[in-house]
Design a protein around this ligand. Structure first.
Ligand SMILES: Cc1ncc(C[n+]2csc(CCOP(=O)(O)OP(=O)(O)O)c2C)c(N)n1
Length: 331
């Protein structure tokens, strides 16, 4: 049994070093979400927080298969994607607080951070709004004659938008190097997906456009990584787009203070038992990649780094109002 598991992991090309990088990224995202929530509860955070807690394996599994020059397009729930694709922790956190030393000088805030230097083309407050951007980015990779790929993340709610269907059709027709990654967390704000779609497996929609679609356990970082490796390999080889549906769950509400009347406590508990961070922690221990003590030290270090990034953001200056119109108009 153990031997079987070892073979499966090896076929993912995953050794101890890479496994630890993946685990550290999962923990960093989890720590960010938890500590930002705490800052929000103390009234220290400006605006809203769309928490990514519970969905970490989606961003980490997919981005672990990308190169630096590949690009991603994110959503209103983007912090996990930003960190997983390589945005540095401190400028990311400072951006969340709208500070002058944020990655976008405080102009992007919680929903609109970007870092083109590492292929992060931006979050988007418009549900489904990023999908056509990503289609354009994938087309630009083709026009450049490069083998770059593009990944677009979105929720199952966005898969009911026209932009999703138009982009899927165009990407399929033009054979674009684009991976559509739907993080199906079952609810769009308070609306269950089953109330807005008769077909609850988003992956099935791929077939209508002549491309392949796969439903994957989005709380299993290794399963996500395996599906993404295949889709990225296909896109890089000029064989066109794939739709990946990652079944997952957000631990918290849509917003802080959301009483979550639209879902049951039993359902929440079921998904907590499939926690993606804890699951991969167990794999790391079972494989003997790290001991319990080593993991505890790693986790404490990351917790401190995230805390320090938040402290830095709280001490940092707001943007200068005289700069507000910079980057808005051409000369
Ligand atoms: C075009 C548009 N319609 C409605 C909203 C309000 N809104 C913000 S988030 C959200 C839910 C989106 O659900 P989903 O795409 O599944 O992503 P999730 O929030 O679950 O990550 C809605 C309806 C919006 N921002 N943009």
């Amino acid at each position: 049994m153990a031997r079987k598991k070892q073979v499966a992991l090896n076929s993912l090309g995953l050794g101890a070093e890479q496994a630890l990088k993946i685990y550290a990224k999962l923990v960093e995202i989890r720590q960010c979400e938890q500590q930002l929530n705490t800052a929000f509860a103390k009234n220290l955070f400006p605006g809203y927080i769309h928490s990514y807690q519970g969905q970490e394996a989606c961003a980490v599994g997919v981005c672990s298969t990308l190169r630096d020059d590949d690009c991603i397009v994110s959503t209103h729930r983007g912090r996990g994607h930003y960190l997983a694709k390589g945005m540095a922790l401190e400028p990311m956190v400072c951006e969340m607080f709208g500070k002058a030393n944020g990655i976008c000088g405080g102009r992007g805030g919680e929903m609109h951070a970007a870092d083109p230097a590492v292929g992060i083309l931006g979050g988007n407050g418009i549900v489904g709004g990023g999908i056509p951007y990503a289609t354009g980015a994938a087309y630009s990779a083709v026009l450049d004659g490069s083998d770059r790929v593009c990944v677009v993340f979105f929720g199952e709610g966005a898969s009911n938008q026209g932009s999703f269907h138009e982009s899927l059709n165009l990407a399929a027709a033009w054979n674009l190097p684009l991976i559509f990654v739907c993080e199906n967390n079952l609810y769009a704000e308070m609306t269950p997906f089953r109330d807005t779609s008769r077909q609850i497996d988003v992956a099935e929609r791929a077939h209508g456009y002549g491309i392949s679609g796969h439903s994957v356990d989005g709380n299993d970082v290794l399963a996500v990584r395996a599906a993404s490796l295949a889709a990225v390999g296909q896109a890089r080889a000029g064989k066109g787009p794939t739709l990946l549906e990652l079944k997952t769950y957000r631990h918290g509400g849509h917003f802080q203070g959301d009483p979550c009347h639209y879902r049951s406590r039993e359902e929440e508990q079921l998904w907590l038992e499939r926690d993606p961070v804890q699951r991969f922690r167990n794999v790391v221990l079972q494989q003997g990649w790290q001991s319990e003590n080593q993991l505890a030290a790693l986790e404490a270090g990351i917790e401190a780094q995230v805390g320090a990034a938040i402290d830095l953001a709280l001490r940092s200056p707001d943007p200068d109002p005289s700069e507000a119109l910079r980057h808005v108009y051409a000369n």
